[in-house]
Structures are given as C-alpha cells and as structure tokens.
Design a protein around this ligand. Structure first.
Ligand SMILES: Nc1ncnc2c1ncn2[C@@H]1O[C@H](COP(=O)(O)OP(=O)(O)OP(=O)(O)O)[C@@H](O)[C@H]1O
Ligand SMILES: [Mg+2]
Length: 358
C-alpha cells in the first residue's frame, strides 16, 4: 500500500490562555512506496507520534491530506483504514490469554470463532509465540509481550503497520533481537510499515527509508547510509552516528579550510566565509606530520578500534572523538596527536543557516 502525505500540518491549540499553540507537524510532504519499512526519526517532541496518529486516524490533521494508494483517507475512521497499530506502551489485556489478546480485533469485528483462532495462530507463528498462547501477559517476558502486541496488530492482515517506539521498554539485547524480528516480519509480509523511534542506530539498522524530523519539519528523507554520507544540514549530521560527528568553527580563506590557524584541507571551490566544520570520528587519519592537531586526553581501546578522546579550542563540544584502527600504533602518553582528514568525512555548513554547503 503506497502512502502519500501532502502538506500535512497539525496544530494543537495552546493549553493555557497565554500559551502559544504548538505546530506539532509542519507542512509535511512524503511518499512512502508500497512494501517499504520507513523510519520516522527525531528528538523528543519533533512530531513523530503525531504523524503516526494522523496516519492511523486517531488524530485529525489541521490541514493537508493522506492518501492510501489513490484513496484519500484524511478523515476516514481508524477502523476503516486497514491499519495495524503498536504503541510504545503496548497495553495487552491482562485478564486475557495471549490467544485471546491476539484474537481480540477479530472477535471485535464478529469473525466466527474458529476462523479467528486459526488467524491468531498464523499471526502468533509469524512472531514465534505459538507455544505461549495459553499464558497471561504477566507470565511473559517484555520481548514476548512485545511480540504479542505485534501479532495483535498483524492479525487483521493490515495494509499498513504503524509502530510507535515499539522497542522502548526492552533491554538492550532484546531490543536488538526484536528489531531484527520486526525487519524479518516486515520482509516476509511485505506490509508497508512506518516505524517511529528517537534512536538513530535503531532507525539506521532496519529502515529502507529514513525520515529525519526536527520541530515538526522534515529535514531529510532517504536511505540511511545516504543520509549519513550526505546530511543536508548540521542538525541531521549531528543526529546520526555514534560517537557523534565533531563540529568545529572554521573558515574558508583563499580556497583553504582553516581551523584554529591550521590549514586542514584544500577547498578551492568555495568563497571566503565562516563555516561550521563537521568531521566524522572515522574521518581522522593519524599522521605525525598531519595538519590537524588535537590535544589528547586519553585513548579508549575497544577491540576493533581505538577512540582518541581529545579537545580542540575550536570544537563546539567538550570532547573530540576520533576513531582509529586498533592496528595503528599511537605514541603513549602523547599530549598532542596530529591527523590528516578524509575529505569525504568532512562536511561544511553555513555558519548562520547551518545548511550544508560542501
Ligand atoms: N494532545 C496534545 N495537545 C497539545 N500538544 C500536543 C499534544 N500531543 C502532542 N503535543 C505536542 O506536539 C509536539 C509533538 O509531539 P509528539 O508526541 O508528536 O512528539 P514525538 O516526536 O512523538 O516525541 P517523543 O519522542 O517524545 O515521543 C510536542 O511539542 C508535544 O508537546
Ligand atoms: Mg512519541
């Protein structure tokens, strides 16, 4: 099911007389191709859940349109949209068994019991909980409860699956496992899926398409790796990647990029101007004759690679993190280390608009 979002806006009225209204989603335009897993990503309050609620019909847009294929569903009731929904707190009915929980949407639509049972079993098999059908939710682990919630969303065979932070209650390992499972289920069923998260790593790892939002406004849409390699502005560059990108104040003078008095790269195609320079942690190459000097604080050895933790007077953050292959020997106890930069890991942003200029 292809989803088209046209100029979608949601404004919540102010809660007090003096307060301002909240533009939760601001003129969003988005095309979600059929069968894709799309991630809505952004910090708390950026409008992810509001977008999902409007897709589900639980919230009405202030303006704009939502189309499922060619049908305008903007004002269609939730139960008529053919969607499956999993919320952050996936409240299962505690007094019902797993089977009854999964069957609930079908019983609600008065499907004959035998058929509902068979369908519930199919959905349970998909998320591999068919052995747990007789248990109550309190007898399940967090991850198992999560899967029951997903089975319940899938049992109606929805055209669209909407997931709002479905993994947020799980511990790190279960989270990893369950997100892979969601990816597998999504692939197997081919259901167009919208997945809300504020965890960039989670979004990067499972989404076909990522939508990065800030304050209700879509910042960038694309394949995760593409956005990582080509962020459209400083916010997006900052939001993706662990450890995060390092940002420095710099300037272009006579075609050279200068940070703190050092010429660190040749950038002949740009006019003289002040810039913000984003350098990914993996963009540093250790070189004792390098052009870029960092004041080394300490080195963290992490198996595959080392993280050099340093400071730099022009950095906008307290620490600069550079990742170096663990095979590369670094002088112990060095107060300063010199680096060269990988040009494709260096981004330049306009110092005022913070839009990417290189
Ligand atoms: N019912 C409401 N009434 C008024 N304001 C609301 C309402 N629901 C959400 N908002 C506001 O709209 C903005 C977007 O909220 P939303 O829940 O969509 O954010 P989110 O991206 O899902 O955040 P989180 O990651 O914290 O879940 C926030 O500023 C929020 O306070
Ligand atoms: Mg939310």
């Amino acid at each position: 099911m292809k989803i088209t979002i046209k100029n979608l806006t949601k404004i919540f009225p102010s809660r007090s007389k003096k307060g301002d209204e909240v533009v939760a989603v601001n003129d969003m335009c988005l095309e979600i191709p059929s069968g894709k897993l799309v991630g809505l990503l952004g910090p708390s309050g950026c409008g992810k859940s509001t977008t999902l609620f409007m897709l589900s019909g639980l919230e009405n847009p202030t303006s704009g349109h939502i189309l499922f294929e060619d049908q305008d569903v903007t004002t269609l009731a939730p139960e008529r949209r053919g969607i499956g929904l999993v919320f952050q707190n996936y409240a299962l009915y505690p007094h019902m068994t797993v089977e009854q929980n999964i069957m609930f949407p079908l019983v609600n639509m008065r499907m004959p019991k035998e058929e509902a049972k068979a369908r519930a079993l199919d959905a349970a098999k998909l998320v591999q909980i068919e052995d747990l059908m007789a248990r109550k939710p309190s007898q399940l682990s967090g991850g198992q409860q999560q899967r029951v919630a997903i089975a319940r969303a899938l049992v109606k065979m929805p055209n669209v699956l909407l997931l709002d932070e479905p993994l947020s209650n799980l511990d790190a390992r279960l989270r990893l496992q369950t997100r892979e499972e969601i990816k597998r289920i999504q692939r197997e069923t081919g259901i167009t899926t919208v997945f809300v998260t504020h965890d960039q790593e989670e979004a990067m790892s499972i989404c076909d398409i990522m939508v990065v939002m800030k304050l209700g406004v879509v910042q960038q849409v694309g394949a995760p790796q593409k956005i990582y390699d080509n962020p459209s502005n400083m916010f997006v560059a900052n939001f993706l990647g662990t450890p995060p990108i390092n940002i420095f104040k710099g300037e272009i003078v006579n075609g050279k990029l200068i940070i703190g008095g050092e010429v660190v790269l040749e950038k002949p195609e740009l006019e003289d101007q002040a810039v913000f320079v984003g350098i990914r942690p993996e963009g540093f190459i250790y070189d004792e004759n390098g052009r870029f000097t960092l004041n080394t604080d300490h080195i963290e050895v992490m198996g595959r690679d080392k993280t050099v933790v340093s400071t730099h007077p022009n950095s906008t953050k307290d620490t600069v993190r550079s990742i170096i292959d663990s095979d590369i020997a670094l002088p112990e106890e060095a107060k300063q280390l010199k680096f060269n930069l990988k040009p494709n890991k260096v981004f330049l942003f306009n110092a005022e608009t913070e839009e990417r200029i290189y």
